[in-house]
Design a protein around this ligand. Structure first.
Ligand SMILES: *[C@@H]1O[C@H](CO)[C@@H](O)[C@H](O)[C@H]1NC(C)=O
Ligand SMILES: *[C@@H]1O[C@H](CO)[C@@H](O)[C@H](O)[C@H]1NC(C)=O
Ligand SMILES: *[C@@H]1O[C@H](CO)[C@@H](O)[C@H](O)[C@H]1NC(C)=O
Ligand SMILES: *[C@@H]1O[C@H](CO)[C@@H](O)[C@H](O)[C@H]1NC(C)=O
Ligand SMILES: *[C@@H]1O[C@H](CO)[C@@H](O)[C@H](O)[C@H]1NC(C)=O
Ligand SMILES: *[C@@H]1O[C@H](CO)[C@@H](O)[C@H](O)[C@H]1NC(C)=O
Ligand SMILES: *[C@@H]1O[C@H](CO)[C@@H](O)[C@H](O)[C@H]1NC(C)=O
Ligand SMILES: *[C@@H]1O[C@H](CO)[C@@H](O)[C@H](O)[C@H]1NC(C)=O
Length: 454
């Protein structure tokens, strides 16, 4: 078989460009997604004691999601009673509607709804309305970010229910809103009664009956349109690759009563702290991508054995402060992340500890854990220092850019790989920093296609 020298490649410029695009694509599209396969919110319903006509229960919500949280205006939990139950009273939460309690003459229940919806109380309610883990305005932090605040709880006193573990019927059709859609809850199922340790740890008590409900999140259910996008730049190429046009919506058909805004509106925020949480309508600054959140990744500096990246998160929504925000990044060099400035960090290792290419970043309490509404303060920044691994490190082939970016658990739209800032000298076979494996693959492909062409 004739072995053609590389010389004719120059003539086949188009082929080369094509192959380069292909090579770039191959190095970027290690597509996988389930970063948090077991992530869920588990609702635990502990019947603590029986009453004359029902029971006292503590309902606890555990956010077992690594990087997805519920922020203001907060969660709303609903279910349908299986029998004729009513809620006599509540602590640490409240039903949004009382419903028709006209059948009751002496004592009036808190709620007679067949399908009640419960919301959290605001912080600072009187102590006699609180229970442990209640009253956070519906905010539920993610489990990695802060296990302590990833739990919410309220107490209900249920009437017209069974008064034994045989006659009580489990509620049905649980729902969890944030307050928008996104979560789907499974059926309630009996589990062994929860055991509780007294504060001194010397006595254990237990619930008389416990059931669980597991709710899982789907971005598809939550919103059909993406909510964030990624832009890229580097010190070795002055091109700034913007977010893809219309990544989240187009300016022309941005669905909002006011369209998009060219400058800050006269008054923002002060969103109602009314009873039932409402989804906040976005008030977006005009951009070509119309994403409320932009993540900018800048390859800032190259040292002998390290390299440095600057990440900026910009909020373009005038109507929203993002509290307890988080960012998940996937990049092959995260296994050698040496230092992170201004953000908290934890590796996620979605494949056990086999590949540490995914990390979660979030703000430092009281410093930048609040991503302020659009405007001069509407951004947070961090720099990250990576140690180079000689076997894989490269500025070629877009290697220095992240594979995947998630903001608050939502997948962000990336620019197409062939638009990434490239090294000034972009010829595939001669780029010095190209990964050896890819270079060989490139050459091989090039030659085989040339052979076919000739
Ligand atoms: C929910 O999360 C918990 C904690 O990670 C896990 O033990 C449980 O198996 C999960 N449940 C489901 C149905 O995924
Ligand atoms: C109900 O409770 C009794 C004792 O209180 C227990 O013996 C029985 O196993 C329980 N039944 C179920 C179905 O849990
Ligand atoms: C639960 O939802 C199903 C399907 O939406 C419905 O058929 C059923 O009547 C509901 N059950 C209750 C108790 O509301
Ligand atoms: C907006 O317009 C673009 C192109 O004009 C179209 O592809 C897209 O489906 C439209 N989106 C909506 C929500 O109407
Ligand atoms: C964001 O937070 C600041 C400070 O707490 C507040 O003044 C502003 O009104 C908030 N903006 C929105 C949109 O809630
Ligand atoms: C990934 O990180 C974990 C915990 O930091 C460590 O035990 C493990 O060895 C790492 N795996 C690799 C391949 O670096
Ligand atoms: C990078 O991390 C891997 C696995 O965590 C380790 O084996 C390797 O020695 C590290 N490389 C450098 C240059 O620190
Ligand atoms: C910078 O990157 C862009 C996009 O890949 C490329 O078109 C351009 O030629 C590069 N600039 C230089 C000076 O190499």
């Amino acid at each position: 078989m004739a072995w053609h020298p590389p010389a004719p490649i120059a003539a086949g410029g188009q082929t080369l460009v094509l192959l380069l695009a292909l090579c770039t694509f191959v190095s970027i599209s290690d597509a996988y997604d389930p970063l948090d396969p077991d992530g869920n919110i588990t609702i635990k319903w502990d019947v603590m004691s029986w009453t004359g006509d029902g029971y006292v229960a503590v309902v606890t919500m555990y956010n077992y999601q690594k990087y997805r949280h519920i922020q203001t205006p907060g969660w709303m939990m609903g279910w349908s009673w299986a029998q004729k139950e009513v809620i006599w009273s509540m602590l640490g939460g409240q039903a949004t509607l009382q419903g028709d309690c006209s059948k009751f003459h002496a004592a009036i229940p808190h709620s007679c709804m067949r399908s009640p919806t419960i919301v959290d109380l605001m912080p600072g309610v009187p102590y006699n309305q609180q229970i442990t883990n209640c009253c956070k305005g519906g905010v539920l932090n993610s489990w990695v970010q802060d296990p302590m605040s990833s739990v919410a709880a309220f107490q209900v006193i249920v009437g017209q229910a069974g008064t034994s573990n045989i006659t009580v019927k489990l509620p049905k059709n649980f729902t969890l809103m944030t307050p928008g859609p996104g979560y789907t809850c499974g059926p309630a199922y009996r589990v062994p009664s929860t055991r509780f340790k007294t504060p001194d740890g010397r006595r254990t008590t237990q619930a008389v009956m416990t059931w669980n409900v597991v709710c899982t999140y789907s971005q598809f259910l939550a919103s059909k349109a993406p909510t964030c996008c990624v832009s890229l730049s580097s010190f070795y190429n002055e091109t700034i690759v913007p977010c893809p046009t219309c990544a989240c919506a187009c300016q022309s058909n941005f669905s909002s009563s006011q369209g998009c805004l060219r400058e800050a509106p006269a008054s923002t925020g002060g969103s109602s702290t009314g009873l039932a949480p409402q989804p906040v309508a976005p008030l977006l600054h005009c951009t070509q991508d119309m994403c409320p959140i932009r993540i900018h990744w800048h390859v800032k500096q190259n040292y002998k054995s390290y390299w440095r990246v600057k990440v900026t998160i910009s909020n373009r929504n005038y109507a929203m402060n993002y509290s307890q925000w988080n960012l998940v990044l996937q990049h092959p060099n995260l296994n050698n992340l040496t230092e992170v400035f201004s953000f908290s960090y934890e590796g996620l290792a979605p494949y056990g500890n086999a590949i540490n290419n995914t990390g979660m970043f979030w703000g430092i309490k009281y410093f930048n854990d609040l991503l302020y509404q659009a405007g001069p303060f509407g951004n947070v920044q961090s720099e990250m220092l990576f140690e180079k691994d000689a076997a894989t490190f490269s500025f070629g082939e877009g290697w220095a850019f992240p594979h995947k970016v998630y903001f608050n658990g939502d997948n962000c739209v990336m620019p197409p790989p062939n638009a990434y800032p490239s090294l000034p000298n972009k010829a595939c076979p001669s780029a010095r920093h190209v990964r050896p494996f890819l270079r060989h693959a490139c050459l091989l492909l090039l030659f085989s296609i040339l052979l076919v062409l000739l």
